[in-house]
Design a protein around this ligand. Structure first.
Ligand code: GCU
Length: 696
């Protein structure tokens, strides 16, 4: 019997509540009865596999049990009473019931079962999968059950991911800065690589694996071509090696102009034979170093990035050229649909749809079109992008933004679970009622075998990873929803709260309550009723509803708000830009009609105005537009005050270190919410000429 020592950085800092350990704190179970049951259920651990992942599983279980139960589980080769057996058909053919194989195959790659059972008359718990990585996911699931104080004596669980590729997109630059990053510098210390791989990379891999994330795009979509030089590829390979045991594949953002930018060729034309050969050689070089390399993410012909259009070629020609370089190696291309050339349509939000829908069916099978959740750009609230449901022949990847570019950076507490659920639950009606975005993304609606959800990461090298202790909940929720988009965001919040703040119901309930209401509060004090684009230039943090950006009309706030003496909002009805008709029936009619358009999207689709009684006509809810606006802004501020009060109630009930950190940030949020309200209402008042009631 060998007792392994635990050496994770997390454990060395076991006492410190500085947020480093995220939801993997493995805090001691204090309820004596529960502790007793847990201790009697688990006596030893059997891990017969010899892969690096198996070693990672063993370490994690050791660390988890040590923390949770205060006892390390001795390892054993034989299942004794109370053994926890980690098994694949390869590692443990003697224990692995053959009937489980079919079940696991049906559940897909990475699936697992966790079962309480008898082996040779002894009570044991099995974590079984077709692969070590599936076992790792199973081990994290079991630790989550223990960490959230669930019963574990009679387990019969089986789980498989609903989305195959669950990827974090890091917008990290090679100089260590992070585009839209609010938690310090990049986790990848390029100057130290490949010689030294920071321990933190492994902890990043653990955190990702614990929520099922299985891929990372390492660099910014605004990609520096240098990432594809041999000097950088060996560094990428070192990161890939460190992350592989945790089931993580690395991907890279590729600059479409690389063959030219790196000085190798005079052109990057995707039909040029030398260009085609260049990418093929580059792909071969990458796969020699990283045999499981995931593929390329490409931002082409968007915001100044090079692309096939520069050579008179189309998106499919560009994407397919890259896809063919990767295909024999099993790699994929994630081609972004974040394009908005103003020659395409006067209304920015219609452009991606108009460019991409005619290309449906023209992409190679290993190309994903990666689409942001909304048609604009990660606003606090947008309707879903009409591309979902409009390209049935192409696997569409959903791109969510975990980092809070437009949602208060790492200063405002905004739990994004409800935002993502609103998107995933939206009905596209592509194949009649029930054709939810979720089904488009899982591939179920159109029968695609491969599927992908990407989240723009919010991690950095701040000690607590995400800057705000609650921002980690968004990393957590992203992973859980990518694994299973049908999960409930409140249930996810509960899980995260228990693992992060402890199992005291008096703590968990208020925290979950505060999280659940935070996104709507943010929408209320920043851009209620379907407003959007009201942010200051470039930083996208503070309000600037009157902002005019001389560089582009569609980067100006006024382009979106369209406030005038009669009313407010962007007319996208049939008498306006007709964006409503990019959706499947019955949505166009619903959105087109002022009376049936959901109020949260009203000013997104309508310029709400009245000729005879400017700003004074009644909204469908019965209030005037001005009254509604004032009330939403005021309510938003009030809701944040309540969040702050809830937090004050928690003083002394959670550790002072993290409590203080959150309290400071909430103080600032309360102030800034009021500033948002005042600045926006003042701006709109310039058009409405109505009084702002004192108590708003
Ligand atoms: C937004 C964001 C940029 C980013 C871009 C993208 O516009 O502000 O920083 O590069 O989205 O998604 O490509």
């Amino acid at each position: 019997m060998v007792i392994l020592s635990v050496g994770f950085l997390g454990v060395q800092n076991a006492g410190a509540e500085d947020g480093y350990r995220l939801w993997l704190r493995y805090a001691r179970v204090e309820d004596p009865a529960l502790l007793k049951t847990y201790k009697s259920t688990f006596s030893s651990v059997v891990v017969q596999g010899k892969t690096e992942t198996d070693r990672a599983i063993l370490k994690e279980l050791q660390e988890g049990f040590q923390g949770l139960l205060g006892k390390s589980l001795p390892t054993s080769d034989q299942p004794q009473e109370g053994a926890l057996i980690v098994e694949t058909p390869q590692s443990s053919p003697q224990f692995f019931p053959p009937r489980w194989e079919k079940e696991l195959q049906d559940l897909g790659e990475g699936s697992y079962v966790i079962r309480s059972m008898e082996v040779n008359g002894r009570h044991v718990t099995a974590i079984a999968s077709e692969s070590p990585v599936g076992c790792l996911y199973g081990a994290f699931h079991l630790l989550r059950l223990l960490g959230t104080h669930q019963p574990v004596e009679n387990l019969d669980l089986s789980e498989g991911p609903k989305v195959k590729r669950r990827v974090l997109d890091h917008w990290d630059n090679l100089d260590g800065t992070i585009e839209r990053g609010y938690a310090g510098k990049s986790l990848w210390k390029w100057q130290e690589l490949p010689g030294h791989v920071d321990d933190r990379i492994r902890d990043y891999g653990r955190a990702c694996a614990s929520i099922g994330i299985n891929g990372a795009v390492l660099n910014n979509v605004n990609a520096d071509p240098k990432i594809l030089t041999s000097a950088y590829l060996v560094k990428v390979a070192a990161l890939a090696d460190a992350l592989r045991p945790y089931g993580m594949r690395v991907y890279l953002s590729a600059n479409f102009g690389s063959p030219k930018a790196l000085g190798d060729l005079p052109t990057a034309d995707p039909l040029d034979l030398q260009v085609i050969a260049w990418w093929k050689v580059k792909a071969d070089e990458i796969y020699k170093l990283i045999p499981d390399f995931g593929g390329f993410l490409v931002k082409a012909n968007s915001e100044g990035q090079p692309g096939p259009n520069d050579y008179g070629r189309s998106h499919d020609q560009g994407a397919n050229m890259l896809a063919r370089a990767l295909a024999s190696h099993g790699g994929v291309v994630m081609w972004r649909a974040f394009v908005y050339q103003d020659s395409v349509d006067k209304d920015r939000i219609k452009r991606a749809y108009k460019e991409f829908t005619p290309l449906d069916g023209k992409f190679d099978p290993n190309v994903f079109i990666q689409v942001k959740n909304g048609p604009l750009d990660f606003q606090p609230r947008e309707p879903f992008s009409p591309l979902f449901g409009a390209m049935p022949k192409t696997p569409l990847a959903a791109e969510l933004q975990v980092t809070q570019e437009y949602l208060g950076h790492s200063t405002h507490l905004v739990y994004l679970g409800p935002l993502w659920k609103e998107f995933l639950d939206s009905d596209t009606y592509a194949k009649g009622r029930g054709s939810k975005v979720e089904k488009v993304v899982t591939g179920e609606l159109d029968g695609h075998g491969d599927s992908l959800i990407a989240g723009v990461a919010n991690t950095g090298d701040d000690r607590n990873w995400c800057g705000h202790p609650f921002a980690a909940a968004n990393w957590y929720a992203f992973g859980r929803l990518a694994w299973d988009p049908s999960l409930d965001s409140q249930v996810i919040a509960q899980e995260w709260a228990r693992l992060t703040w402890g199992n005291n119901d008096q703590v968990v309930a208020p925290i979950v309550d505060l999280m659940t209401r935070s996104r709507e509060a943010y929408v209320d004090y920043t851009c209620p009723l379907g407003l959007n684009g009201v942010f200051e230039k470039d930083l996208h943090y503070a309000p600037d509803p009157g902002m005019v950006d001389p560089r582009r009309e569609d980067w100006s706030a006024a382009y979106y708000t369209r406030a005038d003496a009669k009313g407010l909002g962007f007319d996208r009805t049939r008498s306006g830009s007709d964006a409503v008709d990019q959706y499947h029936k019955p949505l166009p009619d619903r959105f087109n009609n002022f009376k049936t358009c959901p109020e949260p999207y009203l000013l997104w689709f309508h310029h709400v105005s009245w000729d005879a009684i400017p700003w004074d006509g009644k909204m469908p809810c019965g209030n005037t537009l001005w009254e509604e606006l004032v009330s939403h802004y005021g309510n938003g501020v009030e809701k944040v005050r309540l969040m702050k009060q809830t937090w004050e109630y928690l003083k002394g009930k959670v550790d002072g270190e993290r409590w203080g950190m959150v309290d400071e940030k909430l103080k600032q949020q309360v102030k800034e919410a009021a500033a948002w309200r005042d600045k926006c209402l003042k701006y709109f008042q310039g058009f409405s000429k109505k009084p702002i009631p004192n108590n708003s």
